[in-house]
Every structure is written in structure tokens, then in C-alpha cells.
Write a protein that binds this ligand. Structure first.
Ligand code: KG4
Ligand code: ZN
Length: 341
């Protein structure tokens, strides 16, 4: 019987200050998230300087709560996992500095984690049987990647967005129809009252890269539609706009994922990232997988958006591979997936 590994994980790449204790990569003993959404709402988006300050204010409290909930102290841990990129540099630095301080003070191994690897690893938490290889569509506020997970920590990016990330498009369209920040969940909710076939918004095709994405076209089409209605004095049905936009985005996401699954002969498909909690995307991907007899995995909504449990899951597999970072670990705002920078 191998020894149990307990990891304290820290996440502060954007606007959530989060800490979790995870056992053996898949069992979450605590998952504390302090969200700054209410603060940033006032500005219609995340203000980096405010995010960093708030992380500094909250981080010790969040870590203490994560340890208390797990009924552990720093002495019981085997390692510290922390997101070191990509993200807002000032925000990342708060988590990285904290993790280094604990690592130094307690002599604990330090494992830096790529934020997207964290999102992908969220799938391991509730699906105890899930193992690579599988295909994962990562859709968040900053990233839209179609990733082949070849092994734990071994990734090949098959497709990516050429412009806006999927979540970014949701947030921008939400702002245009007056829904406020963060737009994704609000569009998702309003869509339930609208007709997804009311307005046809274009689905972008990228010439020679069948797995790539582009969302700036559909976003502009929505803005043009709204302007056109205003100029003609026509009333706008916001629920129809939301539902039609959501359908346009989700259809492309599902279609490209299914094409890659077929081309690469892969039998397992997973979702990850904030947009993975979108109801139309979840239902669409589930149905497409069912028809093709593919196994479908997705984290619960709480594990889709930023959290530290997913960082703990990713850190565990990196730790098992022998990855250790030194006290010179720095925040890398544009860290590439699988670069081991
Ligand atoms: O993964 P995440 O929490 O942070 C990043 O790493 O970016 O993703 C946040 C993004 C935001 O753009 C938010 O609007 C979007 O995920 N989002 C959603 C939903 N919930 C969150 N988008 C569509 N439908 C949702 N239900
Ligand atoms: Zn994220």
C-alpha cells in the first residue's frame, strides 16, 4: 500500500482567491473559494490591480479555512501546489509568493501548476475511473483549446482560438445586451427563456485548421444585429439574442470536438473551464457523445470555474512524476501548456 499524499493547492490567477487540500489527486478534503466578482462587477470586468490587492488580503484566511475544513495543519502535508501561469501577473505572484513561503518555512516540496492543466484535471476528481488518453475541450474566459491528453501532464494542443476565447465572447455579448459581468452564467440563464433558432448568427470556419476556433465573427454579428434593430427602432428580444448566440457558439465547439474525436479515434471526451458549466454546451456535447458511443466527462459547475481543488489534482500527478520547483519559481503570465518553463 502506497503512502497517501496530501497536497495544499493555491490558485490566484484571476479573480478568485482559492485554496484546497486534496488527497491522492482525486479526493477533495476542502475547496475554499473567495470570489471577487462583486468588486469587479462595478467596472464591467476584472481590474488587475484590484485583483492583486484583494488576493493579498484574503489568501491567508482562505488557506487557514482550507486546512481547518480538512482538519489538517501544515505539518500533515506532503507538498504545496500552486498555479504559476498563465494569468494576471500581479495576481499569480500572490499565490506563488505564499506557496514559496510555506514551502520554505515547512521544508515542503513545491509544485508549480499550469492553470489549464488544472482545469483539465478537474475531471479526475469526480470521475475516479478517468485516465488518459482522452480529448478535452478547454473553454474558459482566457482560453479555448482542444487538447489531446496523451498521459498525465502530457498534452498536445490540436486546436485553439484565433481571436476571442469562448468565455470572452460570452462576456462581451452579455455586456452588449446589458447583462453585466460575468456574462456567461447570465446568458446561460436568459437563454432558457429565448428561442435559439430566432436569429441566425454565423459559425466561423477557419480555412485549413479544422480544429481551430474563431469567435470574433459571431460577436460582431450580434453587435451588428443589435445596432440594426436600434436604427430601425425595432424592439430587441434579449432572450432570443442570448439563446441564438449561445447556440452558434456551442454548435461549433461540439462539432470541432467530435471531428477530432473521430479523426484521432479517441473514445473519451471531456469538458473543462468556466464555459464547461454552460447548460447548452453540456447537453449538446453529451448528446453528440451518446450518438457516437463516446464516454463523456465533465466536472460539476463548481469545479469548472476557477478553484484550487483542480490545481491540487494536477499537482498530484506532477508530484508523482517527480516535478519539483525551486524557491526561484516565478509567475509566468503567458505560460504555454506542457512547456515545463
Ligand atoms: O475558467 P474560468 O473560471 O476562468 C478563466 O480561467 O478564464 O472561466 C470564466 C469564464 C467567464 O468568461 C464566464 O463568463 C464563463 O467562464 N462562464 C460561462 C458560464 N459560467 C462561466 N460561460 C457560459 N455559460 C456559463 N454557464
Ligand atoms: Zn480558469
Amino acid at each position: 500500500m502506497e503512502k497517501d499524499i496530501y497536497i495544499l493547492a493555491i490558485e490566484s490567477s484571476c479573480d478568485e482567491t482559492a485554496a484546497a487540500v486534496v488527497k491522492n489527486g482525486r479526493e477533495v478534503l476542502s475547496n475554499v473559494i473567495s470570489s471577487q466578482i462583486e468588486l469587479h462587477k462595478l467596472y464591467g470586468g476584472v481590474v488587475p490591480e484590484i485583483a492583486s490587492r484583494k488576493h493579498i488580503e484574503k489568501i491567508n484566511q482562505v488557506i487557514q479555512e482550507a486546512l481547518d475544513t480538512a482538519q489538517m495543519t501544515l505539518e500533515d502535508l506532503d507538498a504545496i501546489g500552486v498555479t504559476y501561469g498563465p494569468g494576471l501577473v500581479g495576481a499569480l505572484l500572490v499565490g506563488v509568493a505564499e506557496a514559496k513561503a510555506i514551502s520554505y518555512a515547512k521544508g515542503l516540496p513545491l509544485v508549480g501548476v499550469h492553470h489549464i492543466e488544472g482545469h483539465i484535471s478537474a475531471n479526475y476528481i469526480e470521475n475516479k475511473d478517468l485516465e488518459p488518453p482522452f480529448l478535452c475541450l478547454v473553454v474558459s474566459g482566457g482560453h479555448t483549446h482542444l487538447v489531446m491528453v496523451k498521459d498525465y501532464g502530457v498534452y498536445e494542443i490540436l486546436g485553439r482560438t484565433h481571436d476571442d476565447a469562448a468565455g470572452e465572447a460570452f462576456d462581451k455579448v452579455a455586456r452588449a445586451i446589458g447583462l453585466g459581468y460575468p456574462g456567461g452564467p447570465k446568458i446561460d440563464a436568459l437563454s432558457r427563456e429565448g428561442n435559439p433558432d430566432a436569429i441566425f448568427f454565423p459559425r466561423a470556419r477557419i480555412g485549413d485548421s479544422p480544429y481551430d476556433f474563431s469567435f470574433s465573427g459571431v460577436k460582431s454579428a450580434v453587435l451588428n444585429y443589435l445596432n440594426g434593430c436600434q436604427m430601425k427602432g425595432e424592439e430587441i428580444d434579449r432572450a432570443d439574442v442570448a439563446a441564438s448566440f449561445q447556440k452558434a457558439v456551442c454548435e461549433v465547439l461540439v462539432e470541432h470536438t467530435m471531428r477530432a474525436a473521430k479523426d484521432f479515434g479517441i473514445g473519451k471526451v471531456a469538458l473543462a473551464g468556466g464555459v464547461a458549466s454552460n447548460s447548452t454546451l453540456r447537453a449538446g456535447m453529451e448528446e453528440a457523445c451518446r450518438r457516437r458511443r463516446l464516454d463523456f466527462y465533465r466536472p460539476s459547475p463548481l469545479l469548472c470555474t476557477d478553484n484550487a481543488a483542480m490545481i491540487g489534482a494536477a499537482a498530484y500527478y506532477e508530484y508523482q512524476k517527480g516535478v519539483r520547483h525551486g524557491l526561484d519559481l516565478n509567475a509566468v503570465p503567458n505560460l504555454k501548456l506542457g512547456s515545463g518553463q
